[in-house]
Design a protein around this ligand. Structure first.
Ligand SMILES: CC(C)(COP(=O)(O)OP(=O)(O)OC[C@H]1O[C@@H](n2cnc3c(N)ncnc32)[C@H](O)[C@@H]1OP(=O)(O)O)[C@@H](O)C(=O)NCCC(=O)NCCS
Length: 145
């Protein structure tokens, strides 16, 4: 498996697989800003030329800088093989190099798969009420680097 930067063809493919990989309408999750403005920081996992995973994230210019993962997805037949963990490890290396001291991600309340995955990677997990607006709680993952 190879982890590398994203191309426009990869981004188009990511958009086209989202519904299937998430099990429902999800095309809007991959906002084009994650390719056009933030694509230098996005990662693709490829196995023998086949897209098997992706991570859309960036290092936020906070003080100190903070790595932020917007979206990570693994092709269903390639789950539980360490692909998600490998993408995170690669991204964390980049975050450290950019001076980040923390990494953060969020998910919807009830996404147990994501919660278990982030817990396994050593993230603290906290449910934040009104995080995304009134009545819109989110689960916030945070880890010191
Ligand atoms: C969540 C997701 C990214 C995990 O990717 P993955 O490549 O399967 O994860 P890994 O194989 O690297 O798992 C690392 C560890 O996380 C934990 N883990 C991962 N998926 C899990 C699950 N479904 N249930 C419980 N624990 C899980 C395990 O401890 C695992 O280690 P193990 O397999 O040795 O027990 C993947 O299931 C996915 O794409 N889900 C759909 C999209 C999604 O919800 N994305 C996250 C929110 S943006």
């Amino acid at each position: 498996m190879e982890i590398r930067g994203i191309t426009k063809a990869d981004f188009d493919q990511v958009v086209s697989v989202l519904d299937a990989w998430w099990g429902g309408p999800s095309g809007e999750r991959a906002h084009p800003v994650f390719f056009y403005e933030l694509g230098d920081q996005a990662l693709i996992a490829e196995d023998e030329g086949e897209l098997v995973g992706f991570l859309l994230g960036f290092v936020a210019p906070t003080h100190p800088p903070c790595g932020y993962v917007h979206l990570v997805g693994i092709e269903p037949d390639h789950r539980r093989l360490g692909v998600g963990k490998a993408l995170y490890e690669h991204f964390i290396g980049r975050c450290r190099a950019a001076g980040a001291e923390r990494i953060k991600a969020i998910t919807n309340v009830g996404n147990d798969r994501s919660i278990h995955f982030h817990q396994a990677l050593g993230f603290d997990v906290e449910e934040a009420q009104d995080y995304a607006g009134r009545g819109r709680a989110r689960v916030v993952f945070s880890k010191k680097l």
